[in-house]
Design a protein around this ligand. Structure first.
Ligand code: ADP
Length: 501
């Protein structure tokens, strides 16, 4: 049986040789007395050729001179750790992390020192390939001077000015339009606009409070002066017990925010277009509503005339009739004013649009409402569909109406509520279909659906489908309702392919 002590003694040499670091022993006169096998890899020479050489032979005159202070300390029995460049194969150098560990004799005299050299270039390379390969932009900031100014009660701007960029990755240089060489060591003041000072303050506060990290959205500035919306994660690595380093990981939100703004703009336009399209139908109801006060005006006018043409005019009755007449006239003018308020914006133009874009944007517009009604919306768009020439907002309005109707028709049903919106090519043009798996439409009602004011809903207006029909027909297309494959309703409208202009 091999005892643990024997085992370790027997294998020690092997272990020392396979360690991927330089391990050596130098005597008090700085002459090498031992070198592990890794020296063969590092210097291209076997260790036995190195034993007996002076440290100067390893490092060159300059490198040896640079170690003088460390060598003095180790000779006093201190353990020394430092980073330095070490000669490598073919006259090159490598960054390394070095330790000198003194060896004392039994009588307590200094005998020499062990040397451990770890190649940090490999680690740095590995770190940098990750650091530079990521889609996140990174800055490493040095706040050591900034934190002192803060203690002195200086302004945030002054602290920002004293904060320097000590490292950044490739993504950060492209995102901010920076030149790495010029920016290293530079202040972040140009990158950090006044509007974002509060975020800086909050990040530094988090660092002071000992928080592990801090995340926020803020605005930073590119080298060309344009502003960037970014999501920032600040990490506070501890170096030597002090926290004056901040590593910022940043994601560009500009595009996302622009998309959100465009979507909300689109929502407004659709709402507006809906009002415009509804106008035609409302005109009918206005005519109806105004008819009634107009009739009353005529009646009251006639009554007043009659009271007046009596031998003794009944002035009290005349006054009463005229009062009623005036109030009816007011009501009629109110009705008209309300409708005029609906038409304050011009109509939109027709242009070439991709069916997929129309469906996707309409789906985005209704997604919340559909989800809140408990339905699931799936989109299927055939490949290589031709573009159509249409008023994008109006066609979206049709899709929105159909999708919302579908979701409403299935509200509260037991089986999962599924809406399927699709676009396919037909000989007549692009066919858009919206299908659900609700109760469907009784066949005898199919004819009435598209009539204005036809509704079966308690709070319905019966306008949606009639407006949709108006829009589709204005585009030269057709719309019809039928039965879905799963028993629900299926609405299809076709927008004809554009004729050559
Ligand atoms: P509203 O939604 O205000 O009722 P619409 O013109 O949008 O007006 O629809 C008219 C009527 O058509 C609805 O009230 C409903 O009865 C019927 N309808 C529309 N879509 C569907 C559908 N997907 N399933 C069943 N019925 C529907």
């Amino acid at each position: 049986m091999v005892k643990a002590a024997d085992w370790s003694r027997g294998n020690l040499q092997t272990i020392i040789d396979v360690i991927p670091a330089l391990l050596s022993y130098f005597d008090a006169g700085h002459v090498c007395r031992f070198a592990n096998d890794y020296h063969r890899f590092w210097y291209g020479r076997p260790p036995q050729e190195l034993v007996g050489l002076h440290m100067r032979d390893f490092l060159g005159h300059e490198g040896y001179a640079q170690r003088a202070a460390h060598l003095e300390r180790v000779a006093k029995g201190e353990e020394v750790a430092f980073d330095a460049r070490v000669p490598y194969l073919n006259g090159t150098v490598r960054d390394a992390s070095i330790r000198y560990v003194p060896r004392m004799t039994e009588s307590g005299d200094y005998d020499g020192f062990y040397v451990l050299v770890f190649d940090t270039a490999i680690l740095q390379h590995r770190f940098h390939s990750v650091f530079d390969g990521t889609a996140l932009a990174f800055w490493e900031l040095d706040l050591s001077i900034g934190m002192k100014l803060r203690e002195e009660g200086r302004s945030v701007r002054e602290v920002i000015r004293a904060t320097r960029i000590v490292d950044l990755n490739v993504k950060a240089t492209t995102l901010f339009g920076l030149n790495r060489g010029q920016v290293l060591g530079a202040s972040i003041a140009d990158r950090w606009p006044v509007v974002s000072e509060a975020t800086f303050e909050a990040a530094v506060k988090a660092l002071e409070d000992g928080a592990p990290s801090f995340e926020t959205e803020t605005i930073l500035r590119r080298s060309d002066g344009t502003l960037l919306d970014v999501l920032v994660n600040c990490a506070f690595p501890q170096t030597g017990g002090v926290r004056t380093t901040m590593v910022l990981g940043m994601v560009d939100l500009t595009e996302r925010n622009a998309r959100e703004a465009a979507l909300s703009q689109l929502q407004n336009e659709v709402a507006h277009a809906s009002r415009i399209a509804t106008l035609g139908e409302l005109a009918a109801s206005i005519a109806h509503e105004v008819n009634q006060p107009l009739g009353a005006i005529v009646n009251n006018g006639n009554a007043a005339m009659r009271w007046l043409s009596r031998p003794e005019p009944a002035l009290g009755e005349v006054r009463h009739s005229i009062e009623l007449l005036v109030s009816e006239a007011k009501r009629a003018s109110d009705i008209i004013r309300r409708t005029r308020a609906l038409a304050t914006k011009g109509t939109t133009d027709r242009a070439y649009v991709e069916p997929a874009v129309l469906i996707e944007e309409a789906a985005a517009l209704v997604s919340r409402q559909v989800a809140s009604l408990g339905a699931n919306l799936r989109i299927h768009v055939a490949r290589n569909l031709p573009s159509i020439k249409a008023d994008r907002v109006q066609i979206q309005q049709v899709l929105v109406n159909l999708m919302i109707n579908a979701a409403q028709a299935m509200e509260g049903q037991d089986r999962p509520a599924e809406i399927r919106a699709s676009a396919t090519a037909t000989p007549e043009g692009v066919a858009f279909a919206v299908e659900d798996n609700g109760a469907g439409i009784p066949p005898e009602r199919l004819d009435q659906l598209f009539n204005a004011f036809y509704t079966t809903k308690a709070a319905g207006m019966g306008i949606g489908l009639s407006v949709s029909k108006t829009i589709v027909e204005a585009h030269g297309g057709t719309i019809c309702a039928g039965f879905g494959s799963d028993g629900g309703a299926r609405f299809v409208f076709i927008i004809p392919s554009p004729k050559d202009d």
